[in-house]
Write a protein that binds this ligand. Structure first.
Ligand SMILES: Cc1cc2nc3c(=O)[nH]c(=O)nc-3n(C[C@H](O)[C@H](O)[C@H](O)COP(=O)(O)OP(=O)(O)OC[C@H]3O[C@@H](n4cnc5c(N)ncnc54)[C@H](O)[C@@H]3O)c2cc1C
Length: 361
């Protein structure tokens, strides 16, 4: 089949790799001049990355071992293996896999619009429009998905966070991810300090509104000076987002496949790419086949909706409860990609979690 993928982010490239391996004629169109640039991501991935059998030497910055969680008056430390990747190298590695499998990647090619069955793509280098009529179209074009909009199925109620991040020099705990939860620091999410090494960190936060104000305040509070800044849009998962219309499928951020608790989207998007490659082969219904991933994302959304009602006092209680060895043990076994077992086992071990049930109503 002749397949056009709009967007050479990690999810588009990984889908391109899988589909080219299956013998399809895959063309990936990317509006930027270079895959993986500019970076708009912290690059933290759970150990679920191991499932993809990628050559981590090609993009790994460090393997993290500790997550610190601070609320206004409490702090806990968890031992957890995480990968910190260079997003430029990660995206370029996935692009190279796609190319080696036979996919063609066209940078400086921006999807413009759909006219009947034709897609109009602008070669921004030569300022020329080309028209293509692929058998299948995959919108892997990020949170604002021009493809989903052109096909008329970008859900009208979707919301997006704005994430802001800086690279900062200073003294940091290598291998450590520090997170800060409070309504003052970062309403609706948390602020993060992720050490690249002992002297450099990626510091950021994301909110639905006023991100810049909260970010500047956080930077001032800890006296950080940005060496380099990034900002980007991050979608909130919407359970009613359709994943397929006509010959078009949505993947990754374009589909809103992002964990609403942490706004991590790379692993869910890549898992979804595997499901799509399988569905194209078997003819199975893509929306249905994505249900196991969607179920996990719904659980993240459920937790997000509770956290959004937390007072600072609630965050203190949460940190106190999670900081107990009996709960930490659960977190050693399960990653946040699949939060349901963590909630269920946690509720059995610590009945005081029930105090947060009031936020369901
Ligand atoms: C500050 C910040 C920190 C983050 N940290 C993490 C993290 O630590 N871990 C994690 O898992 N996730 C993180 N995310 C989210 C993560 O970046 C996304 O989930 C991930 O990039 C999604 O990949 P994707 O391939 O679906 O989309 P994208 O990476 O957005 O790629 C889409 C591509 O489509 C291209 N495109 C868009 N429109 C067009 C068009 N019209 N024509 C052609 N090409 C087009 C874009 O240029 C882009 O290259 C973070 C996001 C932000 C903003």
């Amino acid at each position: 089949m002749n397949i056009a993928i709009i967007g050479a982010g990690p999810v588009g490239c990984y889908a391109g790799y899988l589909l080219a391996q299956e013998g399809h004629k895959v063309s990936i169109y990317e509006n930027h001049a270079e895959v993986g640039k500019p970076i708009q991501c912290t690059g933290l991935l759970t150990k679920d990355l191991d499932e993809f059998n990628l050559d981590t030497n090609k993009f790994l910055v460090d393997t993290m071992h500790t997550i610190e969680v601070s609320s206004p008056h409490k702090k806990l430390s968890l031992h957890q293996k995480e990968y910190l990747v260079c997003r430029t190298k990660f995206d370029q590695y996935l692009a190279s896999l796609a190319e080696q499998a036979g996919a063609a990647i066209h940078t400086q090619h921006s999807f413009q619009r759909k006219e009947g069955k034709e897609l109009v793509i602008k070669n921004t280098k030569d300022n020329e429009e080309i028209r293509i009529t692929p058998d299948l179209v995959i919108g892997a074009d990020g949170p604002l998905s021009p493809t989903a909009k052109a096909y008329g199925f970008y859900h009208k109620d979707r919301k997006n966070y704005v994430g802001i991040q800086a690279t900062v020099k200073g003294n940091f705990k290598q291998g450590t991810i520090s997170t800060f939860f409070s309504n003052d620091v970062c309403p609706g999410l948390f602020a993060w300090v992720v050490a690249e090494d002992a002297h450099t960190a990626r510091i950021g936060l994301g909110t639905l509104k006023d991100s810049r104000k909260h970010f500047d305040r956080f930077m001032q509070k800890y006296d950080y000076t940005a060496v380099e800044m990034q900002a980007g849009t991050i979608p909130v998962y919407h359970p009613k987002q359709q994943l397929q219309k006509d010959n078009c499928y949505l993947l990754g951020d374009a589909a809103g496949y992002v964990k609403a608790t942490t706004l991590g989207g790379i692993i869910p998007g890549m898992k979804q790419a595997q499901v799509l490659a399988r569905c194209i082969k078997t003819g199975d219904d893509f929306q249905k086949a994505c249900k196991p991933i969607a179920k996990r994302l719904k659980t993240h959304l459920f937790i997000r909706n509770i956290l959004d009602k937390f007072s600072d006092n609630d965050f203190d209680h949460l940190v106190e409860y999670v900081g107990q060895d009996k709960i930490k043990k659960i977190l050693l076994v399960h990653t946040r990609e699949n939060p349901l077992p963590i909630i269920l086992k946690g509720a059995i071990k610590e009945p005081r979690f029930a105090r947060f049930v009031k936020h369901l109503f």
